[in-house]
Design a protein around this ligand. Sequence first.
Ligand code: SAH
Length: 345
Amino acid sequence: MTKTDLKNFNLRELEQFLSGKGKEKFRATQIFKWIYQLGATTFAEMTNLSKDLRTELEETACISTFQQTVFEEGSDGTRKYLFTLDDGESVESVLIPDEGRNTLCISTQVGCAMRCEFCLTGTFRLKRNLTTAEIINQVCAVKKDFEVRNIVFMGMGEPLQNLDNLVRAIEIMLDGNGLQLSNRRITVSTCGLVPQMAELGKRVTVNLAVSLNATTDELRNRFMPVNQKYPLKELLQACRNFPLPSRRKITIEYVMIGGMNDSLEDARRLLKLTSDIPNKVNLIPFNEHEGCGFKSPTQAAIDAFHKYLIDRHVTVITRDSRGGDISAACGQLKGRLEKGPGVDC
Ligand code: SAH
């Protein structure tokens, strides 16, 4: 009999699982705390559960962890983790250290189906969704050694294509008996799946980042095939409708590609498109990778674009290309993926 991995349950589901075995509800809270706050990986450790319950759980359930983890450390302190999954696939997570405010960038899929033209992960197509346990285990593995304050769903994959597991993982992160993270410190990034944006907002309260990357439908259709289904007008309306945590702003991610979308004309259009959306702009200079003809923007183009927006009172952060020397920067994550057949959206 295969054992049930308790890391695939949010607290409510764990309660249901236990009540199906005739156990009291509060046992779920105890087990949740053992797993997420005390890092327990066996039932034997859970000393406030009766011996009988522990034995019964040993026989029917398990608590998965990532065993084989390799990491590389970049010159700037960024750490890239490679986790091997049970079926031999792998995923990457990136820890971006910052005094007392470490951010962990995590993945939701093996590969990605969205085929954005500039993104390395996308060229490997989608292998499969991660389970809830595989999403949450990225955090649990890193948390053993580092305090993780912020979570960004900006690793491999399109989080909103794996909505159920994404939401369940977020519920575990937010739960007072779980990882106890604040909803102001969790950000889901999407390429712009409009119906799923609304669904996410209905189910949990978290920050949203949208990878805009172009200011005309013509260019965005080319860069990001998802735009052919959900064009700019619909995407921006979905941003306006999104229920953020209080006093938070939507992050507009904008990958600047040399000579393609980095002119002041683009900056002007970006300002106009987003003027009635509470937002901050995250400029991400394109990271070059093999097999992609695009170029990074010049420093002068980045500075001019940045200044244009700042001068017009937009909050702008130009992301330094952290982790570049270990291929941990945006759009460079690929696990151990090989090019080959996969699934498209
Ligand atoms: N699928 C989600 C989550 C991935 S986030 C999304 O699209 O938002 C990864 C971010 O890196 C996205 O903003 C993407 O536009 C950006 N990106 C992809 N390839 C890149 C590259 N080569 N250089 C810089 N940024 C890149």
